[in-house]
Design a protein around this ligand. Structure first.
Ligand SMILES: O=C(O)CCC(=O)C(=O)O
Ligand SMILES: [Fe+2]
Length: 309
């Protein structure tokens, strides 16, 4: 049954993250892809099918930049070759629900709080139950601090969304994203699933060709991205490794052993993949939204003689 169509997948796990009609996600640690060497997170059903439909309709009305095999939309503007965003224009309003949803996600940091303050005064009720002569012992209590994924980023939120469209049979060659962004990359997938391939690179500087200093090794990782899902990569994963999508119409050999985020996939998806013998067709166009915080932002008004649109 290779005709598995994941595009109509139901929200089997939505109950887990939906609380009284308000979208509520578990702490991000719950979504960690444990097999990867750097912190990365995968959240199935990050958006609802209705939200996806609204987004796709809004995206269809925006102008595209056409490449040889795919189209893209850089919002609010393309980056310069140096990786700068030359506008202070906000992201278009149709992307706000996605950005707001990203800002809802948080880590639940457990922090140790001393029960005695530096000046010797107790600052926690627990100290009241402790005999005075025991209070020199270094007592701590655990508390939870919520920390968003963009809390420490320069602008506190993504300021750039790159929309890529991939018809079945198209992909993106292995690449790294470079240093223009704060190292948190959030990718929302709409339409079809895809399989992201992450390949460690071994630095191998050649004196004859500075562009071929990246040598792919065989040990890589495959991440299955369901429609409606969110993938977050952090740290050096996108700089110490290459990432890309094979230009194929059918993904094969998809199993718990070959897909690193297998345990995080919606149960229905795992069943469908298994039912298809590990083979899944890319039947629809996939549209991805890659949301990042570009570090360097400058108003370009002066560059164009003060003429702004
Ligand atoms: O479409 C994707 O999921 C990946 C896009 C990507 O890697 C990029 O635009 O740099
Ligand atoms: Fe990329």
């Amino acid at each position: 049954m290779a005709n598995t169509n994941l595009d109509t997948d139901t929200n089997i796990e939505r109950e887990d993250i939906n609380n009284g009609g308000e979208m509520k996600f578990q702490p991000l640690e719950e979504y960690r892809i444990k097999e990867l060497p750097e912190a990365a997170y995968y959240i199935p059903n990050f958006l609802t099918p209705a939200e996806s439909a609204t987004l796709l309709a809004a995206i269809a009305k925006q102008p595209w930049t056409t490449l040889t095999h795919r189209r893209l939309q850089p919002h609010p503007a393309p980056l310069t070759p140096a990786g700068h965003l030359l506008t202070t224009k906000a992201l278009p309003p149709f992307l706000k629900p996605v950005i707001d949803r990203l800002l809802e996600l948080s880590f639940a940091d457990t922090v140790d709080e001393p029960t005695t303050a530096g000046d010797g005064h107790t600052n926690h009720p627990i100290s009241a139950t402790i005999p005075l002569n025991d209070q020199h012992t270094n007592l701590t209590t655990k508390s939870t601090k919520w920390r968003g994924i963009f809390t420490s980023s320069p602008h506190g939120a993504p300021n750039h969304v790159l929309i890529n469209e991939y018809p079945p049979g198209t992909g993106i060659s292995p690449h790294e994203d470079g240093g223009a962004y704060y190292p948190v990359v959030c990718t929302v997938s709409l339409g079809s699933h895809t399989v992201l391939e992450i390949t460690p690179k071994t630095s191998h500087t050649s004196s004859t060709n500075e562009h071929s200093n990246v040598e792919e090794s065989t040990g890589g990782y495959r991440i299955f991205q369901e429609p409606l899902s969110l993938l977050i990569t952090t740290g050096s994963l996108y700089t110490s490794h290459l990432h890309g999508i094979a230009p194929v119409k059918v993904d094969e050999n998809l199993t718990a052993a070959t897909v690193v985020n297998w345990p995080l996939l919606a149960e229905g998806t795992r069943r469908e993949i298994e039912g298809g013998g590990g083979v899944v067709q890319r039947r629809e166009v996939r549209v991805s939204l890659t949301c990042r915080d570009v570090l360097k932002v400058r108003d370009a008004g002066w560059v164009f003689g003060g003429k702004r649109r």
